[in-house]
Write a protein that binds this ligand. Structure first.
Ligand code: FE2
Ligand code: FE2
Length: 188
């Protein structure tokens, strides 16, 4: 498997873990919850999604997806749909970040709005990843030659994941520990 391809698979795994944590944290907005949501963690998670998956993962896929379309694969309609979902996801990250930022600045945002918008966002992200894993990643694994992967790598320029890579950025340290602690807790 080529480096770019491996990175994209790893990104999906990481993004799903992050979405699971986000999903856990927003449950604090349920009317019967006894805990307060940790806005620092939520904002950090959204900041990361904006910083890495929205800035590198989806644009890298767009390059690859366009090359798949040039090959005239029969999955072109699905590929078009996924490319449009990228734009939708990037916009949604922005909207939801603004919403939580308002909540953090003590503006009144109804708990139900935060809950529903985030649930919808998580569902959008997850079904998007599922379609790619199911239909498009196996396809790109089949159709590109090593030379084509090299050309893709030149075009997309691999970047370090600022949260999950070995030397993650200091600004995501709290989020990093939150994710690992929550997973450890859930596995017991
Ligand atoms: Fe995608
Ligand atoms: Fe993806």
């Amino acid at each position: 498997m080529h480096t770019v391809q491996r990175q994209l698979h790893t990104d999906h795994y990481h993004l799903q873990r992050l979405l699971n944590c986000l999903s856990h944290e927003i449950e604090c907005y349920e009317y019967n919850s006894h805990e307060n949501a940790d806005l620092t963690v939520i904002l950090s998670a959204l900041d990361y999604v904006h910083d890495y998956p929205d800035k590198w993962h989806h644009p890298a896929e767009d390059v690859i997806f366009s090359k798949l379309e040039q090959k005239g694969v029969k999955e072109c309609p699905l590929i078009e749909q996924l490319k449009s979902e990228h734009r939708q996801i990037i916009q949604a990250t922005h909207t939801i970040y603004e919403l939580f930022n308002m909540a953090a600045e003590d503006c009144i945002v109804p708990a139900n709005q935060l809950l529903e918008t985030t649930r919808h966002y998580i569902a959008l992200q997850k079904q998007h990843i599922h379609k790619e894993n199911e239909y498009i990643y196996p396809l790109m694994n089949k159709v590109f030659s090593d030379q084509e992967w090299d050309a893709i790598e030149k075009a997309v320029k691999i970047r370090n994941d600022p949260l999950f890579a070995h030397q993650s950025k200091k600004e995501y340290e709290l989020l990093y520990h939150y994710i690992f602690d929550l997973e450890a807790h859930k596995n017991h």
